[in-house]
Design a protein around this ligand. Sequence first.
Ligand SMILES: NC(=O)c1ccc[n+]([C@@H]2O[C@H](COP(=O)([O-])OP(=O)(O)OC[C@H]3O[C@@H](n4cnc5c(N)ncnc54)[C@H](O)[C@@H]3O)[C@@H](O)[C@H]2O)c1
Length: 317
Amino acid sequence: MNILIIGGAGFLGANLVRRCLAEPGAKVTVMDSLDPHLRSTTKHLQEVWERIHFARCDLRDEHLLSELVQDQDVIFNCAAQTSHPLSIQYPLLDADINCVGNLKLLETIRLLNNRAIVVYTSSSTVIGKAEHSIVDETHSEKPLEIYSANKGVAEKYYRIYHTLHDLKTVVLRFANLYGPYGKGFPEFGFVNYFIHLAWQNEEIKIFGSGDQTRNVMYVDDATELLWRAANDDRLIGETYFATGDDHLSVREIAETIVSVLGRGQVTHIDWPDERRRMEIDHVKFSSERLRSLTGWQPRYDFRSALNELKGVLERTT
Ligand SMILES: NC(=O)c1ccc[n+]([C@@H]2O[C@H](COP(=O)([O-])OP(=O)(O)OC[C@H]3O[C@@H](n4cnc5c(N)ncnc54)[C@H](O)[C@@H]3O)[C@@H](O)[C@H]2O)c1
């Protein structure tokens, strides 16, 4: 099976590369722009470098993209401007990558390889603040910042290319993934950042009380879901929340990280104004729709995943 992983040098992408390489006969091509603004690097692919074909290419470059999408059986798009704060600082860049980039990809696939399965990694933050105690795919979308707005727009492109052009698209909405190769910077996912701080034996500074709740999921569960999405025709044409069972407060997340890793400490600081304005507060997602179709269950809970990750960190740092 020929597989193209766009954004494959990133956190989710680098883990997905390994999941795909575990399949017999998988030929994996990784495409990534390695944008320094997004702190991208090929470092996380070093171990598997000899087993992949790597192309440095921007999603917005139709010419290079045209060469790469042909002959692929599965195309995963894990490429995005993924920072909520950066999307506010550089809204046009965000729209260019997260909207125009996806349109260019879909057009290229429509013209050159319309039999491929195309899986898009979206974000549960497209809904904004939760209006119900449990949020599923029927929930309204009122995103609070530019990244989430543009992810929501891109999702619609994938659905439209399915309904209008018969492309085999699947959209999975993830929330707060963590695991190996996570970015240890505050402008990206907070769980990986907290893990990075704790591992460096530094303070995890929580905004306010930290009582706001989140779904969190180990990245291996996410890559398993991506693999299933690419291999189950029943999922084609729709958008699904792809979340695990762990629903914890931000404070519990930080305290559990410190407890399991045995490093770092948790402190509290006042909310920065911009962060307070884009805060989604309490939210709990249901992935029931995806689970009932596929029978999928997460393999990890937060503690067991952190223990596994601790082993990885001990071996690799
Ligand atoms: N990590 C999470 O918790 C999470 C949650 C919800 C959704 N997602 C989605 O999952 C996907 C992967 O996220 P991640 O956490 O791995 O992010 P990441 O920032 O680690 O990886 C994104 C990768 O995309 C690449 N990229 C960015 N713009 C590109 C372009 N124009 N052309 C080619 N490559 C480009 C970057 O260089 C980077 O390697 C994204 O679509 C993100 O929106 C992630």
